[in-house]
Design a protein around this ligand. Structure first.
Ligand code: UTP
Length: 296
């Protein structure tokens, strides 16, 4: 019986430069996908996987993210007075229970690995999950739930991976894999390999389940690519003593830290909403007709 995965770390202290100027005064995690902030989807995925406590690592603009997870008493009572009970229920239903979410400050944005290390005292000596909040991962069974299943089966660290076009592999963190009778293992990790030198076309996506030994590795780790404390470097060290299993995510991932991924996520999730789909489909159809006429 392996220790239960009870805690999840959501690193949200980066600068979000690819989404500037939107992220100049609004944290990337609060940008809306249809009508919910991005971080809502991520927190929902965590709790759906059985997580009991979410730790958000934030830096600048901390107030806005914390306020979003407060119970909004005035708003709730005004919506209820106006008879808008379903909307009030939807808002309060998305708010974590008191004590189930906490916030840790990363005083300096020194990289993803450093952001995770910042949460070490709250996580303590137990395995935990990491969800990158800009990677919106959509699937019938949420990605983290499937990863928790794999962890419970094997007791290993688990990293979500996806396949990319081999021509694009140089843009990602790529893993090398070794098949085995008890399932495949990750044998190496390389951040943005030179074109043509990627060991596979499996890239590291936005979810991890890690044993707490990673904190000691991160503590002593020198800055890597871009002068940042990189999680990939720590995982490479972890591989020397522990097994890391790949979980191949087969759903759809939107990188909401980039304009294309963000707009695509909005389109896809809006089209999945029965109350929005037909109006939006008409809008897209009109747009395509105009663009095609222009091109003709
Ligand atoms: P990214 O590199 O995608 O995020 O980091 P970023 O730095 O915010 O975005 P760009 O590249 O400038 O556009 C992956 C995740 O790690 C967090 C980010 O908030 C993001 O969720 N992160 C990154 C931190 O929490 N702290 C850091 O020092 C760096």
């Amino acid at each position: 019986m392996h220790k239960k995965i009870r805690k999840a770390v959501i690193p949200a202290a980066g600068f979000g430069t690819r989404m500037l100027p939107a992220t100049k005064s609004v944290p990337k995690e609060l940008l809306t996908v249809v009508d919910r902030p991005l971080i809502d989807y991520i927190v929902e995925e965590a709790f759906a996987a059985g997580i009991e406590h979410v730790v958000v690592v934030h830096g600048r603009m901390k107030g806005a993210i914390e306020d979003h997870f407060d119970h909004a008493f005035e708003l709730d009572s005004s919506l209820r007075k106006a008879g808008k009970h379903p909307l009030a229920d939807r808002i309060s239903g998305a708010t974590p229970q008191t004590g189930a979410i906490s916030f840790v400050r990363q005083q300096e944005a020194r990289g993803l690995g450093h952001a995770i290390w910042t949460a070490r005292h709250v996580v303590g000596d137990e395995p935990f999950a990491v969800l990158l909040p800009d990677m919106l991962m959509v699937a019938q069974t949420p990605c983290l739930s499937s990863m928790v299943d794999l962890y419970e089966e094997t007791g290993s660290n688990v990293v979500a991976v996806e396949r990319c076009d081999p021509q694009e592999a140089h843009k990602f963190g790529i893993v090398s894999l070794q098949p085995g009778s008890d399932g495949s293992r990750i044998t190496g990790l390389v951040e943005k390999p030179a074109p043509g030198e990627a060991p596979s076309n499996f890239f590291i996506s936005g979810r991890y389940i890690l044993h707490p030994e990673v904190f000691a590795i991160l503590e002593d780790q020198a800055p890597g690519a871009g002068g940042e404390i990189q999680l990939t470097d720590a995982l490479r060290t972890l591989l020397q003593t522990q097994v890391i299993r790949p979980y191949e995510f087969a759903g759809r991932t939107f990188d909401c830290g980039s304009p294309t991924g963000y707009v695509s996520a909005n389109l896809h999730l809006a089209m999945a909403r029965p109350d929005l789909a037909s109006a939006l489909a008409a809008e897209i159809e009109g747009l395509l007709t105009r663009e095609n006429a222009k091109a003709a």
